[in-house]
Design a protein around this ligand. Sequence first.
Ligand code: B12
Ligand code: SF4
Length: 567
Amino acid sequence: MYSARLLFFSYKPMKNNSMETHPKGSSARVLLSSVFGPYAQDDEFGSRVINPMELYHNQVTRAQGSFSLRMFHRSWGIMMIQENISAPCSVLDFPTREAFARELTTHKYDIVGISSIIVNVGKVREMCRIVRELSPDSVIVVGGHVAAIPSVEEMIDADHIVRGEGISWMRRYLGEDETAAIRHPAIVSGIDTRIMGVRLPNRKGGTAATIIPSVGCPMGCNFCTTSAFFGGKGKFVNFYETGDELFEVMCRIEAELEVHSFFVMDENFLLHRTRALQLLERMKEAGKSWELSIFASANAIRKYTMEELVELGVSWVWMGLESPRSSYAKLHGEDVTALTRRLREHGIRVQGSTIIGLEHHTPENIIGEIESAVAYKTDFHQFMLYTPVPGTPLYEEMAEQGRMLEDVDLADVHGQYKFNFRHSAISRNDSKRFLDWAFWRDFENNGPSLYRMCQTMLLGWRRYKDYPDPRVRERFAREVKKLSSAYNAALWVMEKEFKKINREVSERIHKLRREVEKEFPVVARLTAAALGPILLWSTRREEHRLARGRTYEPPTFIERRNWIAAG
Ligand code: B12
Ligand code: SF4
């Protein structure tokens, strides 16, 4: 089934004049679509059961069974482009093949833009075919990371393939001002969140808003595709240069979506210290008690005091740990164990990210490296295979050395399956075994991430409940409300269920629940008693569903902008 080779399809050459503008300019009708689903199934277009459209369940909590945190995220790249062009534009997100075909035949589009990452190139090829058949006059523009594949123009039948930042490209193509300020759409971060068999309602204000201050990262780690795609080492594209600009955007979105919480989609938010501190100043002046989930490297985090981070509202950090022995600049001089512990003691949840299969790994030392990663005791832990992805310096290096495996389908190059290159010491099949074991070991040793988050929340609350800055007190009080109610019921369930996996962890969960109940004697006990048995039932029902192979898919979205003006 995986044998569909994607590398040798030949189509007519692409028009290579990407500076031309569309003859209709801003009145061209534009469709921007993500690739079609369903995603979490094995099929000939490149969908894979192990590659669902879910951030956590795909690459972070996938071994955690019914305790896995599950949610979908929209395709922000095309939402950003839609918001920043004045042409009539529809965004079609997570369509089925039929929905995509229907959209093409119901409306006449001058331009069809398709957004994709590399694994989904087979779907892009199929979508181009459908456009040619159903809407032959449309110009096909393909963007996103898929464009980094060498000779991609020979695999798909597109008119333009856009590498790098797409807003300016699309504005230029429509004859619009590509230097105009970037308008940020109001983006609800997570959709259809589910844990322990319960689907949380998509309530207004119930989830964070996504903010995208920049794309790319100047650190330029050799394997990093986001850094490479937007220019590589020393380069990135800033949408908002100053803390003032960011603050204004966040205020508007706070009001529009009724949120206090922001998922800041910037590969290394804290690197831009002046911008972050200016944002903090503005937050203080305006009394904003916001929560920020961010990505940051260890060396960037170190440039701030814990108080600065807490006052800035940082409540969750995604941090690349890579390996205890890795040579990446972002980790130089850092004691990651101590840093992780300190962050958690200050109520900041840590999501670590470790790479399996670095050059120095061998079957002899990899177990020790995984054990060290697990010993960091982060709230969440992502494990990824070392993967030379087209477009990165690592890929070039491996290709030069003749170490890339030729017969790997690009749909399987997502870091969660097997190596796509010849490792000097670890076999392809073993790469999967070590990866799967790392996820399991982290779960078995540290317990469900939900439990670990509860630990961090309690630590943060105890440390900051009497903090002089009322914004900070308000934020911890908001977070602890969940801990003292629903999360305490969840602790009761986890304690019960984890006995089957690791008694010692179950006892740790028990202790934490007692601590929470000491802090909130009435409400915590009452909710555990009332809600606990229901959650236990839904958790077990979910376990059964998962054992029978249940998977989840995102809903389809269609959103139109400037549409009436199109007549
Ligand atoms: C959110 C996200 C997801 C969401 C899904 C989003 C979605 N609806 O598709 C989830 C969590 C589900 C996800 C899953 C996966 N993801 Co992901 N994801 C991201 C993340 C964190 C943010 C993407 C984003 O919105 N960025 C901000 C926007 C503004 O940037 P952008 O999307 O690149 O868009 C810009 C340009 O690319 C361009 N552009 C984009 N589309 C188009 C279209 C047109 C027509 C044009 C002209 C231009 C254009 O213009 C945009 C504005 O400049 C990125 C990392 C990152 N920092 O970007 C990884 C990333 C895109 N994901 C990646 C991967 C590998 C995956 C997975 C395979 C995960 C895995 N197993 O590890 C799965 C695949 C799931 C699947 N079945 O398809 C890789 C892609 C690597 C590659 N070279 O292809 C990235 C880069 C992470 C990484 N560094 O490895 N992902
Ligand atoms: S620090 Fe992270 S985002 Fe930046 S280049 Fe390295 S891996 Fe990529």
